[in-house]
Design a protein around this ligand. Sequence first.
Ligand SMILES: Cc1cc2nc3c(=O)[nH]c(=O)nc-3n(C[C@H](O)[C@H](O)[C@H](O)COP(=O)(O)O)c2cc1C
Length: 167
Amino acid sequence: MDQTALFKMSYGLYVVSAEADGQRAGCVINTATQVTALPPRLMVAVHKDNVTTGVIQRAGAFTVTAIDMTADMPYIGNFGFRTSANFDKFEKYGCEISAVGSPYSPEHVCALFACKVVDTVDVGTHLLFIGDVVDAQRLSDEEPLTYSYYHSTLKGKTPPKASSYQA
Ligand SMILES: Cc1cc2nc3c(=O)[nH]c(=O)nc-3n(C[C@H](O)[C@H](O)[C@H](O)COP(=O)(O)O)c2cc1C
């Protein structure tokens, strides 16, 4: 089997976030996708060791923002290479609150989806959270950043907790 064939799968890049019991968390993911239209439903895959995962579980809700082409590596690093355990990721890029009570940063993102969790599936290292979209907004006219552009032009790396990581 040639596992590098998996590099041919296409994705966007997103920040998924939540708040519970006063704790805010969020992280970069490439694994967000719309799974149904009626009702509009999204799925996110989040590593069990990510702080964001436990906060989504406790909140019963999450918010996804679609990262746009204005994002740079410091922005990706803020959300994707640090942990929310001892750091407020929403301080540097502004913090607003979505319809389901999640914090989100309105900078460098072109769309927002506020979701209530309707199902959780354990897939091993990651949990899949399936959420009904209760609010959706266009936040800018910029094009969404693709995972391919992140690798080819921003020269970004994929850390071990990403679903698509290969050692
Ligand atoms: C490009 C990129 C893609 C990522 N994709 C995912 C993903 O799909 N799922 C996931 O759980 N983590 C993914 N991560 C890793 C998390 O963003 C990272 O582990 C983060 O530090 C977790 O933060 P937290 O502990 O505050 O939740 C990705 C990171 C980057 C930079």
